[in-house]
Write a protein that binds this ligand. Sequence first.
Ligand code: BES
Ligand code: ZN
Length: 613
Amino acid sequence: MAPVRDPNTLSNYDQWRTRHITANLKVDFTDKCLRGSVVLELESQTDKASSEIILDSSYVSVSSIKLNSTPSQWEVKARTGPNGSPVHVSVPNGAGKGEVVKLEIELATTEKCTALQWLTPAQTSNKKAPFMFSQCQAIHARSIFPCQDTPDVKSTYDFHIRSPYVVVASGVPVPDATEAAGEDKVYKFEQKVPIPAYLFALASGDIASARIGRCSSVATGPNELKASQWELQDDMDKFLDAAEKIVFPYQWGEYNVLVLPPSFPYGGMENPIFTFATPTIISGDRQNIDVIAHELAHSWSGNLVTSCSWEHFWLNEGWTVYLERRILAAVHKNDAYFDFSAIIGWKHLEEAIEEFGADHEYTKLCISHKGIDPDDAFSTVPYEKGFHFVYSLDRLVGRENFDKFIPHYFGKWKNKSLDSYDFKDTFLEFFGAPEYAGLKDKLAEIDWEGRFFNTGLPPKPEFDTSLVDVCFQLANKWKQKDFSPSQSDTSSWTGNQVLVFLNVVQGFEEPLTVEQSQTMGKVYGLADSQNVELKSAYYQIAMKAKDTDSYPRVAELLGDVGRMKFVRTLFRTLNKVDRELAVKTFEKNRDFYHPICRMMVEKDLGLAEEKSA
Ligand code: BES
Ligand code: ZN
């Protein structure tokens, strides 16, 4: 029996594998919990008649477990670090290989659930109804229900979700003929493509929807619907066409986007059928929808073909960033867009590696996760180092050849999970074919071990700098203290070009003066921008310039957005220039932030240690 490959699960998935999950849950807005039963169908993998099923759980309250409809012997064991509390269920007579048992688990989520956020009506934009949503990646599904919470196990799903408000889930909606009596309706969804537990997703609240493409709708609060539709409707089908042309046809039926309230902690989350997205992409200028190209690309890389543990996370994210950049270049009919995005990514990679230190474990492509919470190891490294690895292979074999490999790879691993060595084998096997004999020497040169396990920056490729040169030129002008800027410096630029410019200025050895920084904010319309990406990059500059007028405005912004990318970086800098304000702002907005974000900022500000000391 192969040993368990994922260090972030306590489940014995080498002995049992989940084949199907039925979630019968009620969304209880009064008690702020999900309650009901979850039925796991597990298939025995061994002839040795395994007599125990071990599942992952974290802060979930289990009241009973039935094994094949009969009450069973079970125990929730003590927590062991970030992996949570394993649930042991005994299977007295064991089960032979291939035999399927049913576990029916009665449960309720608890206040400590890390996957769910509950918003009161007052915390929503139209103040009419409460709202709840889940975020399960990486290992938070186990805090909703006991499960084999590893990306190495995939199963199909049925969702039966009772709620007084509209429900969205990571499955295709099934029309319900039997309208439920009483106030609550049961919303049904099915997911026939096997998915890992981290892609289980739910949201419920006052949600309306509108069409944005041939198989796509956007769903969001009624007040936000028109703006969200406008932001996405022009590009949705273009993204889909481009992606299908690069890989192969979309496999999931619908592709929809749910735009969440501002506390959503990520830019986007690739939940199947319904990508969850931050409202910061609805900036009124269509400048931040790269996030949707990215989440859509996950429909192949990540959701269809999945890394088998968080140690090989780059297989999800690196590949997705590569596909995202290919999609952007295809949609703009200009390869410079690929390089432009890659240049921005390279800068972020340099910053991340500098922040960790160039020999830190977390700067490796494959990061050891033994005893580690994946949320702690999360950074831009697997994204950008992963991208650079995929892109280096693309250049090595040539675009025409690589384009043949892409559908082969995704076809071969479709509905499965793999590790970095499986990827290596697939690549070498494909290009080992006689027609690629000319590539033999090049392939032999690939330093696979070095690519997987070297710390620090990977080799830097040559980029097409045609879209960034203007940004660098403008940044250089700002090095002169007497430069007088005008609105036209940036008015014809894309949002990402302004962002590159701001990034360069952020990196100046000598910060801007307070006066310069304030001028920049006014003249380029950054301080009041609707585009949070630009606004937060600008505030980094303002804080580094010690513009104390900007501090309260940063604090205000920190009460408006909960996307960790902005919140964590703004807090880190605010903490350096005004710790008292940083701590005060965090305490004030504690309930606004999603539990994951709250935990991470607590760690970043050093409040987590103070608490436990
Ligand atoms: N899958 C990630 C988000 C994620 C990663 C959640 C790890 C939890 C743990 C998603 O696809 C993502 O990468 N989002 C980015 C979007 C960006 C790269 C375009 C984000 O949230 O910023
Ligand atoms: Zn991603």
